[in-house]
Design a protein around this ligand. Structure first.
Ligand SMILES: NC(=O)c1ccc[n+]([C@@H]2O[C@H](COP(=O)([O-])OP(=O)(O)OC[C@H]3O[C@@H](n4cnc5c(N)ncnc54)[C@H](OP(=O)(O)O)[C@@H]3O)[C@@H](O)[C@H]2O)c1
Length: 276
């Protein structure tokens, strides 16, 4: 072969599939074609989850949009996803209950068949330092942010046909790179989710890749939409000078899904705020 081979995917040239003759990448690549795959996105009705679900639908993925309380938003995401001519269904479950998680995967399989891609995005953000955190807060935080992803990964592996490859992306938090005293339970769960990502990456290779995206501040917290986010970025000393957006996280999730040589990677997307 002479020169560069640039495989074209849906009118786009994917830089990740550039094959350099004689180079270490001069071999058959196994990039997952997202078109026609089925993805389950937890917390897919609002904010980051919504952007991830729509980005996947735009790439031609059928999407299972999980939600808990945001029924109206989830229905809207389903409609917007269907506008991309893919299958889209919504599923309501409280993920703090393991039985619900098994039910969720069962229902998704019934409606959309096996799930190829799992995005563990749902999470809660409980306040309080260590002394102010009680057992209820700790349980709710661990159940939704850490145990639910773990249980869902087990359910995902069980339903994935042996001949198929799978991809998992967990949504962590860039604050895992620092130690602070606020949001005690949340911080513990996200640090745990990062380690879980790396452990499952080892355990599930080579058929399933497990990566994580670690967002910095992407949106104001619900209820704080009135804040001037430029001032917030300044106060937080974000090197790139502004906050992110759900779409940036969606792009980075797609990036992780388009890789065939990355697993156990935590992709920090925070404008440089947590450079260590
Ligand atoms: N936004 C940011 O700037 C930022 C920064 C760092 C990390 N993150 C992480 O990114 C993820 C999404 O955050 P976000 O800000 O987009 O959303 P969010 O406002 O924190 O909303 C939480 C999401 O999780 C779902 N959820 C919460 N408790 C649940 C439960 N018991 N059962 C099932 N689902 C539950 C919610 O579903 P319903 O609304 O349907 O109830 C919602 O979709 C989270 O894991 C968060 O920790 C976000």
């Amino acid at each position: 072969m002479h020169g560069l081979a640039l495989p074209v995917y849906d009118d786009k040239i994917l830089p990740s599939t550039i094959i350099i003759p004689g180079g270490i990448a001069d071999q058959e690549r196994q990039i997952m074609d997202l078109k026609g795959k089925t993805a389950l996105i937890t917390g897919g009705g609002i904010r980051l989850g919504r952007a991830i679900a729509l980005a996947l639908a735009k790439e031609g993925c059928n999407v299972a949009i999980h939600y808990n309380r945001s029924a109206e938003d989830a229905s809207e995401v389903r409609q917007l996803a269907q506008d991309f001519k893919v299958k889209a269904e919504i599923f309501q479950y409280d993920l703090s209950d393991f039985e619900n998680i098994d039910q969720l995967m069962k229902k998704v399989n019934e409606k959309l068949g096996p799930v190829d891609i799992l995005i563990n995005n749902a999470g809660n953000y409980k306040r309080g330092n260590g002394l102010k955190t009680d057992l209820d807060i700790l349980h709710t935080s661990f159940n939704v942010n850490l145990f639910a992803p773990w249980w869902l990964i087990k359910a995902f592996v069980k339903q994935l046909p042996a001949e198929k490859n799978g991809k998992i992306v967990n949504v962590c938090d860039a604050n895992i790179y620092r130690t602070a005293t606020d949001h005690f339970a949340y911080r513990l769960t996200k640090k745990g989710l990062c380690e879980l990502t790396r452990m499952f990456a080892l355990e599930l290779a080579p058929n399933i890749t497990v990566n994580a995206v670690a967002p910095g501040i992407m949106l104001p917290l619900a209820g704080y939409e009135h804040l001037d986010m430029e001032q917030v970025a300044e106060a937080r000393k974000i090197p790139l000078g502004h906050i992110g957006s759900p779409e940036i996280i969606a792009e980075n999730v797609l990036h992780l899904l388009n890789q065939d040589f990355m697993t156990g990677t935590i992709l920090r997307v925070d404008g440089g705020e947590h450079i260590v």
